[in-house]
Design a protein around this ligand. Structure first.
Ligand code: CNA
Length: 420
């Protein structure tokens, strides 16, 4: 199997370029000669003030923390209407303040954001019934007794697996594709593709729900691998994925026909190589004009650092229960937007702003009822697209030099696995 060298590490320190870019981004946009939009300028100029306002409000109400937001909004229904408990960066002193979703939705409707890169994590699949890693109480790390591991990350530690594959295989039985269905969030991302706006989706998830909802292979980078293929964990000799699944499901250990070592699905473990496709990021991120970050704690490198490789004037929208990565910084970088709360609520609201909600529900229903083909064409339909003439982001661009430097900056972030 073709792989590129990397390591999947727990993040210890976080270095972002936000502090450098926050003062430059507005002027950078102007220098690019983009059409002016006074509403947008309003939003951008108020961003830091509004973040301050958020900060002051929190200080005034010390009991209202991000985790409170999380708790109060986590009861949103799968297809529910926006929860009033979500929190977003808002402009103060306006009769109808525009929040993060409204601002980004508006820019999308204006046709400004045509090459969307989505960065996703386990939080997009919790509505499908798959626990994430780190949510207190429900996350896998809080419920590891049954896997009998000495520390949570051991489940995905290749040396530990070498000694004892059973904890991972127990977990794999729960995560194997087939037991869960994609949810509204997955279909929203598919709709981004259908509208011709999805440049690429980078997912850390291994549940296969992106493919299952019809996001085509060439639009998807499964950065931490998947269960779709399997190989020997020692000599990498490929092994039939279905046979591996059958063995794991029946509590047997699949072994390599070449060296007799244990076979594992090609899910990337700590200390293992990321798939070569991951390095597509060096071309994609410099070309993005919107980065959507959804349902990740941005704790795993090198993936986490990807969010800092878009150009400094590119809007980044975080949809999560709480601020993570560069969004923990106060004030936020100009052009950073976050909507805190339940993801299905936030994505539903964004879809409503875009006028896509019914279409997504119809798509979801027809797909789940089997009346739509599983995989859709890589060419987005122009029907109903916000920007019928927009590109799917496949054209060449002139950012090759920048791409190379971006890649080297990501590579330089690789660190060996750190103990907890
Ligand atoms: P994580 O560290 O567990 O973070 C998940 C983030 O999503 C947290 O910040 C949560 O607060 C947030 N979140 C969870 N549910 C919601 C919700 N309903 N609404 C809003 N926010 C929510 O997981 P990461 O993805 O950051 O870590 C990367 C790991 C997790 C990857 O290596 C995956 O392989 C691994 N993982 C994947 C799956 C899966 O494939 N579904 C499940 C569990 C773990």
């Amino acid at each position: 199997m073709s792989k590129a060298r990397f390591s999947r590490d727990r993040r210890v320190t976080r270095v972002t370029r936000s502090s450098i870019s926050s003062h430059d981004s507005g002027s950078a946009a102007a220098q690019q000669g983009r059409p002016s939009d006074s509403g947008l300028l309003d939003d951008l100029s108020l961003m830091r003030v509004s973040e301050l306002q958020t900060l002051l409000t929190r200080k005034a109400k010390p009991s209202k923390t991000d985790s409170d937001v999380s708790e109060s909004s986590s009861g949103g229904t799968k297809h529910g209407l926006p929860s009033p408990s979500g929190s977003s960066v808002r402009a103060p002193g306006r009769s109808a303040p525009r929040g993060a979703l409204e601002t980004v939705g508006r820019l999308m409707k204006l046709g400004r954001l045509r090459n969307v890169v989505v960065v996703a994590g386990a939080g997009i699949s919790t509505a499908s019934g798959i626990p994430d890693f780190r949510t207190p109480g429900t996350g896998l790390y809080a419920n590891l007794e049954k896997y009998n591991v000495p520390y949570p990350e051991a489940v995905f530690n290749i040396d530990y697996f070498s000694d004892d594959p059973r904890p991972f295989f127990s977990l794999a039985k729960e995560l194997y594709p087939g037991r869960h269905r994609p949810n509204y969030i997955h279909y929203f991302i598919r709709m981004l593709h259908q509208k011709g706006l999805l440049l690429r989706m980078y997912t850390q998830n291994i549940d296969g729900l992106e493919k299952m909802c019809g996001i085509p292979d060439d639009k998807l980078v499964e950065a931490h691998g998947s269960f779709a293929t399997a190989s020997c964990h020692l000599c990498y000799t490929p092994f039939p994925a279905e046979e591996a699944k059958t063995a794991i499901m029946s509590d047997s250990v699949p072994t390599c026909s070449f060296c007799s070592a244990t076979v594992k699905p090609n899910v990337v473990f700590f200390g293992e190589d990321l798939p070569e496709k991951y390095f597509q990021h060096a071309q994609d991120f410099p070309r993005a004009d919107l980065l959507m970050i959804m349902g990740t704690s941005l704790q795993i490198e090198p993936f986490a650092s990807l969010v800092s490789t878009v150009k400094s004037n590119v809007p980044r929208l975080l949809l999560n229960r709480h601020a993570v990565g560069p969004f923990e910084r106060k004030p936020l970088r100009r052009g950073d937007y976050m909507e805190l709360g339940d993801l299905v609520d936030s994505v539903t609201r964004l879809a409503e702003i875009l006028g896509w909600h019914t279409e997504i529900q119809d798509l979801m229903n027809s797909h789940e009822n089997g009346t739509l083909p599983m995989l859709i064409s890589t060419s987005p339909s122009s029907t109903g697209a916000i920007v019928p003439s927009c590109s799917s982001g496949e054209e060449s661009d002139s950012s090759e030099t920048e791409s190379k430097s971006t890649e080297s900056s990501i590579l330089s972030n690789h660190r060996p696995l750190q103990a907890l």
